[in-house]
Design a protein around this ligand. Structure first.
Ligand code: AR6
Length: 365
């Protein structure tokens, strides 16, 4: 099961367990701890009292009481001093212990806050990296839906601060909506081809979000592509006549997205599980893709597989095309993904961290 980043109040998360950023006394405090206790009610404090203390880097579990979760796992992260006092190890341990408890309790879903990144002063970018590392390591071995819940806008530390190189790459490559619209108008008015591939369905700038519905307009809806047989070239298409055998016509149908994906998995010597886990995709969705030759994925799913397979940029474009998509310069989402592929960064959690920080959709299901 994948890792999802969400902006929410953790007390609202409907999952098997939520994690509390607690202190050694387990008697409550401010921040996420205070919010959880207020929402859970007095029963939670009463049970905490029976548990005694909890060492830094460790975790203990109670029931969820009035919260919409079965369990609350109280994890104690380190107080940040300067990074030279074993903070990272302790923070890793807090995440690992929490996940081990969730596993033992049979949880299928769990939501974490950014432990230690509030009152305990752990720098948010560093805290996020530790969280991602722990989750991705865990998900390689286990099936669980993990949410990392970011509460305040500031927790993301925002893309430009965290990722100046990516911000620069976006500046250099992003084509604003006005220019794209002008180019589209030129094309519509018959002034020749545009140089910018424009994809309404993926224009995700603030500007684009306001202008267009998030739905892909029918005329360019990728689903429309997938239902049509694809031909290798127009020259070949011309040769198909009514008298040609069905077999011949079928032989011209292009490889579908699913077929290309499965072929690439074989070529890369990966197992299915290695691929879908690396793509942050759950087993169920992968099985559906595997058993549906004409499966039409979302763009973020197709790109997640491209990243998992470590495809080059042209190969990525090819895989996307199978699903009726392309990478465009009119979408910050596309540019950020392109940046990572170009730089050989194929860690989906790292890419998602960047996407999240720039307030974009994430790769995955
Ligand atoms: N939902 C999700 N995240 C939240 C919420 C919420 N409702 N509220 C805050 N956060 P902190 P720590 C984020 O201070 O640094 C307590 O007093 C917050 O933005 O809650 O581990 C304990 O009793 C930040 O990113 O925990 C301890 O004494 C993250 O949760 C001490 O604070 C953690 O912030 C623990 O400090």
């Amino acid at each position: 099961m994948p890792l999802l980043l969400v902006r929410n109040d953790i007390t609202k998360m409907k999952c098997d367990a939520i994690v509390n950023a607690a202190n050694n006394n387990l008697r409550g405090g401010g921040g996420v701890d205070g919010a959880i206790r207020r929402a859970a009610g007095i029963g939670l404090l009463a049970e905490c009292i029976t548990l005694g203390k909890c060492e830094t880097g460790k975790a203990k579990v109670t029931r969820g009481y009035r919260l919409p979760c079965k369990y609350v796992i109280h994890a104690v992260g380190p107080i940040w001093k300067d990074g030279e006092h074993g903070e990272e190890e302790l923070l890793r341990s807090a995440y690992k212990e929490s996940l081990a408890i969730a596993l033992k309790k049979g949880c299928e879903s769990i939501a974490f806050p950014l432990i230690s990144a509030g009152a305990y002063g752990y720098p948010k970018d560093k805290a996020m990296k530790v969280a991602f590392d722990c989750f991705s390591e865990f998900l390689l071995e286990h099936e669980m839906l993990i949410y990392l819940v970011i509460f305040d806008k500031e927790s993301t530390a925002l893309g430009e601060k965290l990722f100046p190189n990516i911000a620069k790459y976006i500046d250099d490559n992003y084509i604003g909506i006005k220019r794209v619209m002008a180019e589209k108008r030129r094309r519509d008015e018959g002034f020749g081809n545009v140089s910018v591939p424009f994809d309404f369905g993926n224009a995700k700038s603030e500007c684009a979000k306001n202008i267009f519905d998030s739905e892909v307009p029918k005329a360019v809806a990728p689903a429309a592509f997938s239902s049509l047989p694809k031909f290798h070239s127009s020259a070949k298409y011309d040769t198909v006549s009514l008298g040609d055998s069905l077999e011949e016509a079928l032989s011209m149908i292009d490889e579908s997205f699913s077929e290309m994906l499965l072929r690439k998995i074989d070529e890369k010597g990966m197992t299915d599980a290695q691929c879908y886990k690396k793509a942050n995709i759950d087993r169920k969705l992968f099985s559906k893709i595997r058993s549906t030759p004409n499966y039409h994925p979302k763009k973020k799913t197709a790109l997640a597989f491209a990243v998992a397979l470590e495809l080059s940029l042209p190969e990525t474009e090819e895989l996307l095309l199978k699903a009726g998509y392309s990478l465009t310069k009119s979408s910050r989402f596309d540019i950020i993904v392109e940046y990572h592929i170009k730089n050989g960064i194929y860690d989906i959690f790292r890419i998602n961290e960047a996407l999240f920080s720039f307030d974009e959709d994430l790769l995955g299901p």
